[in-house]
Design a protein around this ligand. Structure first.
Ligand SMILES: Nc1ncnc2c1ncn2[C@@H]1O[C@H](COP(=O)(O)OP(=O)(O)OP(=O)(O)O)[C@@H](O)[C@H]1O
Ligand SMILES: [Mg+2]
Length: 252
């Protein structure tokens, strides 16, 4: 049997008193790739931020369990130490901190082990080569002046260096050219193993062509309204969300 990594039960989340997530149930086992699709404003990023523990998102009901432990009240850094990673839809720029410094500090913090400069440099170089990133990016300030695609690749670099148990990728494929999507997908596939799971939020099928997800969920108006396999993503690609919307409202 696979190990249950994440168990979300009836999760309701408010932002500024407004209910955004209206009862999310989702179970993710180690070794699985889950995809969340859905119309703009449905609550996908809200779910991602809530899982990471962003203080703006108020859990008003329900539970988030990671490996059997309720993590509702844990701070983002504690969640990171427990193995959750979020790749942001809109990565931040940080002046004065290089990619290498940032990643070495983050890795030290997440693992609790001091990362020595030379071995870390070697690790970073290897991971950057895998992602077809030029070495010079290691000494550039984090995301500063990076193109949209470069920022996204940098997020995948973070994931491969930090080696989380649960990687949440919020639209990491958007804005990437076709070659970069392939490189990112290869990065994700290399990262995937029996102990890790990946939650991919996306609007496009291109990435899914390479990823072979186990489940595809449709999140709409704060709820997961449908779950299926890759065929669900194909249906959305072909017909948009109209059929699913009609199905949902006929069930009400
Ligand atoms: N600070 C806020 N105050 C009020 N509403 C907010 C706030 N932040 C987010 N929302 C609302 O929450 C809803 C869900 O937003 P979210 O970013 O989770 O959507 P999404 O599914 O990720 O959309 P997209 O596909 O466009 O990225 C939206 O209607 C958004 O306007
Ligand atoms: Mg979003």
């Amino acid at each position: 049997m696979k190990d249950k990594l994440l168990d979300i039960d009836n999760l309701k989340v408010n932002i500024d008193e407004k209910e955004i997530l209206k009862g999310i149930d989702l179970q993710i086992n180690s070794g699985e790739i889950h995809v969340i699709m859905g119309p703009n404003g449905g609550g996908k990023s809200t779910l991602a931020y809530t899982l990471m523990g962003h203080p703006k998102y108020e859990i008003v009901d329900g539970e988030i369990e990671l490996e059997g432990e309720v993590i509702n009240d844990l701070s983002p850094d504690k969640r990171a130490k427990k193995g959750i990673f979020l790749s942001f839809q809109y990565p931040e720029e940080i002046q004065g901190v290089t990619v290498e410094e940032f990643l070495r500090t983050a890795k030290t913090s997440v693992t609790g082990e001091m990362q020595k400069i030379i071995p870390f440099k070697r690790l970073l170089k290897e991971k950057m080569e895998e992602l077809d990133m030029k070495e010079e990016y290691a000494s550039r300030y984090l995301n500063l002046g990076f193109s949209g695609g470069e920022k996204k690749k940098n997020e995948i670099l973070q994931m491969s260096v930090l080696e989380p148990k649960l990687a949440i990728l919020d639209e990491t494929d958007s804005g990437l050219d076709v070659d970069a999507i392939k490189i990112v997908a290869e990065g994700v596939n290399r990262f995937k193993n029996e102990e890790r799971a990946i939650l991919v939020i996306t609007h496009y099928n291109k990435l899914l062509d390479y990823l072979k997800p186990d489940y595809v969920h449709i999140l709409m108006d704060g709820k997961i309204v449908k779950t299926g396999g890759i065929e669900l993503a194909e249906e959305v690609d072909k017909n948009g969300y109209e059929n699913i919307k009609a199905e949902v409202s006929s069930m009400k």
